[in-house]
Design a protein around this ligand. Structure first.
Ligand code: GAR
Length: 201
């Protein structure tokens, strides 16, 4: 089977969307591990309920990002992870993970990149006044939300939109797009050539 590890920091609705597709038999992958930097995050409960092994850690107990990433890397290697999925993992990744997993590590981001990288992307889009935003799944490189784009989905911003109402529609779009991209990758239908990504449908 195609083995994935999901990294998340918060509620884990995207983690749950992946679990649901696997349980319905629509996504032929094994979720081998959840990696979480906040031991009390709700995503940890979701993983336990789904029977997914969990690796949690507290960054402040390590002297550097590289120190905890080295331990995570070993966890990934012993499990033979094919793909890392960043689903609301709110930490910068270093070359310890990026180098061995470049091309095998993806992230979901709640904007149409390259607009609104970084934190608070949904708020940034509302404040800027754009009429359309959306979601992006991209490969992770050494920069901030800067890697090659695999897929995007647009979401309209309505008049009188609130951050809350927009967040609901952004999440709904993410829950469709992320499992879909994981399916393409698991079926080896995605090729990466420089910044250009091609999907064979
Ligand atoms: C998602 O909207 C994801 O796109 C975003 O965090 C949320 C996690 O929600 N990620 C980023 O902002 C990364 N910079 P979830 O925990 O319910 O899946």
């Amino acid at each position: 089977p195609y083995r994935i590890a999901v990294f998340a920091s918060g509620s884990g609705s995207n983690f749950q969307a992946i679990v649901d597709q696997v349980q319905k038999g629509k996504l032929d992958v094994r979720i081998e591990l959840l990696v979480c930097d906040r031991p009390k995050a709700y995503v940890v409960e979701r993983a336990k309920a789904a029977g997914v092994p969990v690796f949690t850690f507290s960054p402040k107990e390590y002297e550097s990002r590289e120190a905890y990433e080295t331990i995570i890397l070993e966890e990934l290697r012993v499990r033979g992870i094919d793909l890392i999925v960043m689903a609301g993992y709110m930490r910068i990744i270093t070359s310890v993970l990026v180098e061995p997993y470049y091309g095998r590590m993806i992230n979901i981001h709640p904007s149409l990149l390259p607009s609104f990288p970084g934190v608070r992307a949904i708020e940034q889009a509302v404040e800027y006044g754009v009429k359309q935003t959306g979601v992006t799944v991209h490969y992770v490189d050494g920069g901030l939300d800067s890697g090659p784009i695999i897929a995007q989905r647009a979401v309209e911003i309505h008049e009188h939109e609130t951050v809350e109402s927009l967040t609901d529609r952004i999440h709904a779009a993410e829950h469709v797009l992320l499992p879909q991209v994981i399916r393409w990758l698991s079926e080896d239908r995605v090729s990466l050539d420089g910044r250009r990504v091609t999907v064979r449908l």
